[in-house]
Design a protein around this ligand. Structure first.
Ligand code: UDP
Ligand code: MG
Length: 206
């Protein structure tokens, strides 16, 4: 993974010795609600591919199955972390909480159900390195029911038109953000579906 272009430019000032230069830290924020079957394989797949320094941060959004037990087994100090809500608050609040707790300078979000392939991560990083502030995934081959695909097409068309930002798949859970973008969104309600538009409205490159 060529991370050299990311943020390092800003660090290469006179005051920093080369030995102190570090790659930007990646935080992967994963909201999970009853994903006991997938959190362990997903975490292992991420640990295989992520360049250090990184952290994987699960937000257990009030799961009622064994998700939390699985997450406690995965714990690695400073590297695999988990937070747990007392009840289900929804994906938006889970993401906002993850953004507040994440320590990286690049934040990824992905679903916890193995729908998003960690091997795509380098391609997101390439686009950040090319100058984008938010890179949004695109579920190009949908494996969802026909009704959901049609609803999604209508949603994307309407929202693109209203928001002045043309994207194939606004609501895809797999995204990469510069940390300052994620932390300035202040998500609530169902706003997780609109983060590219919110970022666009704030003047970030999507
Ligand atoms: N999720 C969550 N809280 C909820 C519902 C979902 O944290 O109340 C998580 C879920 O576990 C998954 C992600 O959000 O990791 C996306 O959910 P889902 O796969 O149901 O959405 P879809 O892929 O159908 O859009
Ligand atoms: Mg899903």
């Amino acid at each position: 993974i060529n991370l050299e272009l990311l943020d390092l430019g800003r660090l290469q000032g006179w005051t920093l010795k080369p030995a102190r230069l570090r790659l930007p830290m990646l935080s992967v924020v994963i909201p999970v609600h009853n994903e006991q079957a997938t959190v362990v394989p997903l975490c292992h797949a991420l640990q295989e591919i992520l360049p250090e320094p990184y952290e994987i941060l699960f937000i257990d959004d009030g799961s009622t199955d064994a998700t939390w037990d699985q997450l406690t087994r995965l714990h690695v100090p400073d590297q695999v972390r988990a937070l747990r809500f007392r009840r289900n608050f929804g994906k938006t609040i889970a993401l906002e909480t993850g953004f507040a707790a994440a320590r990286g300078s690049i934040l990824f979000t992905m679903d916890g159900d193995l729908q998003d392939d960690p091997r795509e991560i380098p391609r997101f990083l390439e686009q950040l390195a090319a100058g984008y502030d938010l890179v949004s995934g695109w579920k190009k081959e949908r494996r969802d029911p026909f009704g959901k695909v049609v609803a999604s097409r209508l949603f994307n068309a309407a929202v693109s038109l209203a928001g002045g930002l043309k994207l194939h798949d606004i609501n895809c859970g797999f995204k990469a953000y510069r940390a300052e973008v994620a932390r300035n969104l202040h998500l609530r309600g169902e706003m997780h579906r609109f983060t590219p538009l919110l970022a666009h409205a704030l003047g970030f490159r999507v």
